[in-house]
Write a protein that binds this ligand. Structure first.
Ligand SMILES: C[S@@+](CC[C@H](N)C(=O)[O-])C[C@H]1O[C@@H](n2cnc3c(N)ncnc32)[C@H](O)[C@@H]1O
Length: 256
């Protein structure tokens, strides 16, 4: 077993760490940072267009009204990959604003190319770990919609702890939604779909848009992404989960 696994597992038994670990633990991430192949165009986009669309990951809590220069209905997409869904939706709804978070720089470059070609003015991007951004930069009750399309499935059981959607992160995600806002997840991984469904159904602040407590039909307006096409080629069943944050008052202290 990897040293980090050993240490993180032992955190489940605080007695083992009565005096605290001797050095800070590396968090378990939902991604492996691989640069992969960056095309010259993607590299150029990162150099030339980041200034237009990019948001500094070192900045503190974001002021979204200032970021977009207006108050409007907002969507947050986590792990947008090449940005097909985010750019298509931003282009289709110029009256709404879109914030994307993605760690994979070639994907960010791909999105920047398209956002520039389409002259989008309602799109901003963070290139960082979404979990860190949610904890430090994203204000509470700020989005009408949060979408996570085809999160990495991490199929091996020993890797399930790397999955982005985990029990302890559901409350964090829900907090970022406005009351009445929607949390939309799509996946082609059958067991992950079941785990997420059970987690969301067990969250009192979330109400399942599927009357029977199951999955919803694929919404026609959800743009086809690279990973969905891959799932289709492999014959995977695609599952959509759509939940609404119940309209209860949010904590007014957070964004004061
Ligand atoms: C399987 S891909 C799906 C990409 C895209 N949504 C699609 O459907 O084609 C998952 C994406 O999530 C990104 N990702 C995973 N964990 C992340 C995190 N903690 N913060 C930001 N992005 C993350 C990965 O870099 C990857 O691009």
């Amino acid at each position: 077993m990897h040293l980090v696994d050993t240490l993180n597992n032992s955190l489940q038994n605080p007695a083992d760490f009565a005096h605290g670990p001797a050095f800070p633990l590396r968090p378990i991430r939902s991604f492996v940072r691989r640069e992969g192949r960056m095309t010259p165009a993607q590299q150029r986009a990162l150099t030339d267009y980041w200034v237009t669309f990019g948001v500094d990951a070192a900045a503190g809590l974001l002021n979204l009204e200032a970021l977009f220069g207006r108050r409007s209905s907002r969507t947050l997409e986590i792990g947008f990959g090449n940005g097909e869904s985010l750019t298509t939706m931003a282009a289709a709804h110029p009256d709404q604003d879109y914030l994307g978070i993605e760690v994979h720089r070639p994907g960010v470059g791909h999105l920047l190319l398209r956002a520039t070609a389409w002259q989008l003015t309602n799109l901003r991007v963070l290139c960082t770990d979404a979990v860190e951004a949610l904890n430090r930069q994203i204000p509470d009750a700020a989005f009408e919609r949060i979408q996570i399309f085809f999160p990495d499935p991490w199929p091996k059981v020993r890797h399930h702890k790397r999955r982005l959607i985990q029990a302890e992160r559901v409350t964090l995600l829900v907090r970022k939604l406005k009351p009445g806002g929607q949390l939309h997840v799509a996946t082609d991984c059958e067991d992950y779909a079941g785990v997420i469904l059970a987690l969301f159904n067990a969250t009192p602040e979330l109400e399942n848009a599927a009357g029977d407590g199951g999955f919803v039909p694929r919404p026609v307006w959800r743009p086809l992404t690279w990973f969905e096409q891959r799932g289709q080629r492999l014959g995977h069943r695609i599952r959509d989960l759509l939940f609404t944050r119940c309209a209860v008052a949010s904590d007014p202290k957070q964004n004061a």
